[in-house]
Design a protein around this ligand. Structure first.
Ligand code: PGA
Length: 252
């Protein structure tokens, strides 16, 4: 059975509290799909309000970050359980902007993944992707395999758990230049093969979706649609325009 396609909106820190609620209401009004799974990842402080506004429609709620400990003296952090309490069923882990600006590394990302999988039924969205420099040095495959190994090594994906891997070449994020469909296809094949190694054939096949992110918009989404091994998209810029985002969802 083919996996259900998923489109994940990453609102990043683009919107204030009131703006987030307005956009969530617009999502509830305009996004009506029953076939594609849709998730909106809002800023932490807006999660409960956005969750409430989304309740009228099919769109699910996601966080943009999580901490690995359950409780304690970790000023400014939020636990997986608290995200679940706020109504999140997804969380982005290891986005390149966090790796770049907050020095998050794959050891931390591994701990975050483990905490989410161990303590909640939230589905983690693990981000991997190479920089422009790594790409130019011909190191893309090596970098992605290393990121997957560091984040997923030693993790057992139990039968009732799911995982999403978002392949997001860092140079494509927010640049307006998405990677070509053939390159996405090749990278997703490499990622699938590595997931089989790390998680086992069954889990990799049935419980993991591999999605693409990086300048996906209503104009280029059709070029990825025919690729079998792309299970969906992580959308930044185009996700704050509800009509464009709805077009992306409806194109699948
Ligand atoms: P973009 O962002 O769609 O603006 O490239 C994607 C992301 O950072 O997840």
């Amino acid at each position: 059975m083919p996996k259900q396609k998923i489109v994940i909106a990453n609102w990043k820190m683009r919107l204030g509290l009131a703006e987030s609620i307005v956009l969530a209401k617009a999502y509830a009004e305009h996004i009506k799909t029953e076939t594609v799974e849709v998730v909106a990842c809002a800023s932490e402080i807006a999660l409960t309000g956005v969750g409430e506004a989304l309740r009228q429609g099919p769109v699910k709620l996601g966080g943009q970050n999580v901490f690995w400990e359950e409780k304690g003296e970790y000023t400014g952090e939020v636990s997986a359980k608290t995200l679940a309490e706020a109504g999140c069923s997804f969380v982005i882990i290891g986005h390149s902007e966090r790796r770049m600006h907050l020095l998050e590394n794959y050891e931390m990302i591994h701990q975050k993944l483990k905490a989410v999988l161990d303590h909640t039924s939230i589905i983690p969205i693990l981000c991997v992707g190479e920089t422009q420099r790594e790409k130019e040095a011909g190191k893309t495959d090596y970098v992605i395999l290393d990121q997957l190994q560091q984040s997923l090594g030693g993790i057992e994906l139990l039968a009732d758990k799911q995982l999403i891997v978002a392949y997001e070449p860092i140079w494509a994020i927010g640049s307006g230049h998405a990677i070509g469909p053939d390159d996405v296809n090749t990278m997703h094949e490499i990622i699938h093969a590595s997931l089989v190694d790390l998680l086992g054939v069954d889990a990799a096949k049935k419980q993991v979706r591999v999605i693409y992110g990086g300048s996906v918009n209503a104009g280029n989404v059709a070029s990825f649609r025919a690729i079998d091994n792309v299970d969906g998209f992580l959308v930044g810029t185009a996700s704050v325009d509800v009509m464009e985002f709805a077009q992306i969802v409806n194109s699948l």
